[in-house]
Ligand binder design. Structure first.
Ligand SMILES: Nc1ncnc2c1ncn2[C@@H]1O[C@H](COP(=O)(O)OP(=O)(O)OP(=O)(O)O)[C@@H](O)[C@H]1O
Ligand SMILES: [Mg+2]
Length: 258
């Protein structure tokens, strides 16, 4: 929550511009400073800074919700509850597809098709609703350099030959899938932390991380003392950020795991 940009919590554009000149962009950056330091960079009075601190703290404090509140909010949500996989047996097993507003782990042995499945889900997310899609963009975080643009086009053309019968439609889908190659845990975490704004500005409807397990395996040898703790810390932080994004924007977030 503290990764929220200040301009998303009601701080005026002028003040945001002034703060960003001092590398104060997120609520966390802001809340790490003392009132005196904030007075210096904002030019506000002690009272003004305190009011601002209260507003920013309130915006990123965890909100208490009752079960009834969560349930009624979900049922009032008109966004789709699932993104169909278009594979009828799988949709049936999943009660409709990959759940929106939730974090989904895709597991299976190496080479079973997790990456191919994620590329197919990327295509599906860009399709119009009358074809079962979400008509949105996709953020695909590739940690294994396994993503292939050619393969995505191939999947699109072979799965939906009637829809992708023009260059324009292929172009539209391929420009809506944003691929980030992040090869270390630190970079993956930084990318996840910056996603909130991107989800809004690019109208992202699906986030895929392929895969969390591979970067973790590369960096943490669990035989070494202390590594298990660090690994679990990374996984817990990543998972809670992803869960927050999925719930906040009612989008499916998928991570292949071996
Ligand atoms: N470009 C391609 N064209 C046709 N088939 C492919 C292509 N790339 C991969 N495949 C097939 O898809 C299978 C699954 O590959 P994929 O990379 O999706 O597995 P994975 O579950 O992600 O594996 P890993 O756990 O190693 O990441 C491969 O064994 C291969 O047979
Ligand atoms: Mg893979």
């Amino acid at each position: 929550m503290s990764n929220k940009k200040l301009r998303r919590v009601g701080v005026s554009q002028e003040l945001c511009d002034r703060l960003s000149r001092h590398q104060i962009v997120t609520c966390r950056d802001f809340l790490c400073l003392s009132p005196l330091e904030l007075m210096k960079v904002t030019g506000l009075s002690y009272q003004g800074v305190h009011e601002l601190l209260r507003m920013v703290s309130r915006a990123c404090a965890p909100q208490m919700k009752t079960v009834y509140g969560i349930k009624t909010q979900r049922s009032a949500n008109l966004l789709p509850a699932f993104l169909s996989t278009t594979l009828s047996a799988l949709d049936e097993a999943l009660h409709g597809g990959i759940a929106c507003g939730s974090l989904t782990e895709i597991t299976g042995p190496p080479g079973c098709g997790k990456t191919q499945f994620c590329m197919m889900m990327s295509v599906l997310a860009t399709l119009p609703p009358n074809m079962g899609g979400l008509e949105g963009a996709v953020v695909y975080i590739d940690t294994e350099s396994a993503f292939s643009a050619e393969r995505l086009i191939e999947i699109a053309e072979s799965r939906f030959p009637r829809y992708f019968n023009t260059e324009e439609k292929l172009l539209l889908t391929s420009t809506k899938v944003y691929v980030y190659r992040e090869l270390t845990c630190e970079k993956v975490l930084q990318r996840i932390e910056s996603l909130e704004e991107e989800i809004i500005s690019k109208r992202v409807k699906v986030v895929i991380i392929d895969s969390i397990a591979s970067v973790v395996r590369k960096e943490f040898d669990t035989q070494l003392q202390g590594n298990m703790k660090e690994r679990n810390k990374f996984l817990a932080k990543g998972a809670s950020l992803l869960k927050y994004l999925a719930e906040e924007f009612s989008i499916p977030v998928s991570c292949p795991v071996v």
